[in-house]
Design a protein around this ligand. Structure first.
Ligand SMILES: [Fe+2]
Length: 316
């Protein structure tokens, strides 16, 4: 009986990942070889071992964390010819191959018109080296705009200005409540970028609420208005200010997901079962896309069924 269950589970859990398949096959073979010993264990121990095996089977594939590309397509009367945007958030200076080639190649393969860096591109504890390699690989080939995340402020004043110097060195446009008019493929696009809420930690002038108001007063309703802002929990503000599109990160996809059941367990500043963990949200003409971000080794708790993502948005 138990042999039949084990073989059934082994077949059912066979997937695309060769290493995982090998681990499953080996563990079940070990169990089968030791079946007599298993049968001699107490019922309580057998149940515990079976629960442990089932947990390993369920959690194992969820730890797969290779970069993936997530595409969204949005239609608008304000867009007369297609525009492709790459949204990169929450890199936290994590490593994506030699000189960040995995991330850079993924962006190049999508050939975007514009790259938006949505905060926490740097980290407050990780070395800046991987972020520098990433910027080195993209800086002279795309228009690139950046806003801060909370982690660019958490390292203190000196680290913050050092990281901003790096961005300036690569000619990255930093937006701090600024509004820029972009002509992309004949489209009139307005891009607003605001600092993370924690900006006041390094500069008393970096007040998010003030930046929201200043940018809003300069918006043109005929333009396709995009706001780049690290935090998704301010969706009500983006919607109230009639932005066509808000692009955010910060939530890391809620770190743990159960596909089809739970879209994120916990996100900073949203708590348990976050409303805006990752994905696309719409309200009264405003669309918000929340990237699940790219943080991997920077976080103590691993991502579960929550692969790091490069977000590509096609405006049509
Ligand atoms: Fe963040």
């Amino acid at each position: 009986m138990i042999e039949t269950i084990l073989i059934t589970i082994k077949i059912a859990t066979y997937g695309k990942c060769k290493a995982y398949n090998l681990a499953v096959i080996l563990s079940f073979d070990i169990i089968q070889v030791n079946m007599q010993k298993f049968k001699n264990l107490s019922k309580e121990t057998r149940i515990k071992l079976i629960i442990l095996a089932v947990l390993i089977i369920l959690i194992g594939p969820g730890l797969y964390n290779k970069l993936k590309v997530v595409n969204y397509t949005l239609e608008s009367d304000k867009i007369i010819s297609p525009v492709r945007i790459a949204l990169v958030t929450d890199l936290h200076s994590c490593k994506y191959g030699e000189n960040e080639c995995e991330l850079i190649d993924a962006i190049d393969a999508q050939n975007p018109d514009l790259i938006l860096l949505g905060g926490d591109i740097f980290d407050d504890k990780m070395s800046d080296d991987n972020t520098i390699a990433f910027l080195e690989g993209i800086y002279n080939r795309y228009p690139i705009y950046y806003v801060t995340g909370n982690h660019e402020f958490w390292g203190g004043v000196d680290q913050y200005y050092s990281q901003m110097d790096i961005l300036d060195r690569y000619g990255i446009h930093r937006l701090q409540g600024d509004l820029v008019h972009l002509d992309i493929n004949g489209n009139d696009i307005t891009l607003v970028g605001v600092d993370d809420y924690d900006g006041y930690l390094v500069d008393s002038d970096l007040i998010l609420e003030n930046q929201f108001v200043d940018a809003y007063l300069s918006l043109d309703a005929d333009s396709y208005n995009i706001i780049l802002s690290h935090r998704p929990e301010y969706f009500d503000t983006y919607e109230a200010q009639d932005y066509d599109l808000a692009l955010c990160g910060h939530a890391h996809g809620g770190q743990w997901r159960i596909p089809g059941i739970l879209n994120g367990l916990y996100a900073p500043n949203q708590g348990l079962f976050p409303q805006y963990a990752g994905g696309m949200y719409e309200e009264d003409g405003t669309t918000m896309i929340v990237s699940r971000g790219l943080a991997r080794e920077s976080t103590l708790i691993p991502r579960l069924y929550n692969r790091p993502e490069l977000v590509i948005i096609d405006l049509t």
